[in-house]
Design a protein around this ligand. Structure first.
Ligand SMILES: NC(=O)c1ccc[n+]([C@@H]2O[C@H](COP(=O)([O-])OP(=O)(O)OC[C@H]3O[C@@H](n4cnc5c(N)ncnc54)[C@H](OP(=O)(O)O)[C@@H]3O)[C@@H](O)[C@H]2O)c1
Length: 245
């Protein structure tokens, strides 16, 4: 059995999760990566020496199977998530809302609840949750995503108090615009709409967030980085960009 520290990264088949798995593997963690697209996970696992496991955070059985085979957890990165659609409340698509709440909120709850005993048992656990600036503000046509990210963030922030006295730290990272597959998913595969989100700005890239996770995980055990808000220099809040073209 391994005595190495183990990091679990959800949603590691692309974007921030994949970059975080790379960074934590480079830091010397045994990394366990989960997502629905197993082919992608296996490619990444072969590259960085990680363990790839199928995971659908919206499915109780999948979460149970995923968490049951991980013997030890020192770091959990709750990253699986995303947005579907841009619609006013008046025009809200209930299925899109369900997807966002199931993935971001209940997905984070399922995984965190299942791995909490192992994080405590590690003696020096860390839970990093990737929320968003959408967890801090509201914006028009975004209530499905902003409400889900607020709820995910409150789950995470509540644990900070509930775990006081237990050897588990909690770090929330709330990014602005990061160029990943996020917008492609949000706009249902429409590449033009997705590209327009990042037009004329220098967005963050996935490794920018991964480096912050790596930094948080490498602080001494008495240091808890509670909340980190990070945006591109070209962004000053949701929907407010300096676009040069
Ligand atoms: N990009 C941004 O601008 C931005 C800004 C703030 C916050 N965030 C947050 O950052 C996190 C990562 O997003 P990203 O930007 O890296 O987007 P991404 O490239 O679309 O990655 C999303 C990841 O989540 C996984 N995922 C989605 N549904 C899942 C499910 N049911 N079970 C397991 N995994 C699932 C996807 O894998 P599979 O499809 O293979 O399952 C994928 O690996 C999300 O929580 C997002 O809300 C992103």
């Amino acid at each position: 059995m391994t005595t190495n520290r183990t990091a679990v990264v959800t949603g590691a088949s692309s974007g921030i999760g994949a970059a975080t798995a790379r960074a934590l593997a480079a830091d010397g963690f045994d990394v366990v990566i989960g997502a629905r697209r197993v082919d992608r996970l296996e490619e990444l696992a072969a590259e960085i020496g990680a363990t790839a496991l199928q995971l659908d955070v919206t499915d109780e059985d999948s979460v149970a199977a995923f968490t049951a085979v991980i013997p030890r957890v020192d770091v959990l990165v709750n990253n699986a998530g995303g947005a579907k659609g841009v619609a006013s409340v008046a025009d809200a698509d209930l299925d899109d809302w369900r997807w966002m709440w199931e993935t971001n909120v209940l997905g984070t709850l399922r995984i965190t609840k299942a791995l909490l005993p192992k994080l405590i048992e590690s003696g020096n656990g860390l839970i990093v949750t990737i929320t968003s600036i959408a967890a801090l503000v509201s914006y028009d046509n975004g209530a499905g995503y902003t409400s889900a990210k607020h709820a995910q963030a409150l789950l995470h922030r509540t644990l900070r108090g509930e775990l006081l006295g237990k050897p588990v730290r909690l770090t929330e990272i709330a990014p602005g615009a990061v160029e990943t597959e996020f917008s492609l998913v949000r706009f249902d595969g429409d590449e033009d709409k997705a590209a327009a989100v990042y037009r004329g700005i220098d967005p963050l890239v996935a490794s920018d967030i991964a480096e912050i996770v790596s930094f948080a995980a490498s602080r001494p055990s008495h240091v808890n980085l509670d909340q980190i808000v990070v945006q591109p220099r070209d962004q000053a809040g949701a929907g407010r960009f300096n676009r040069r073209s």
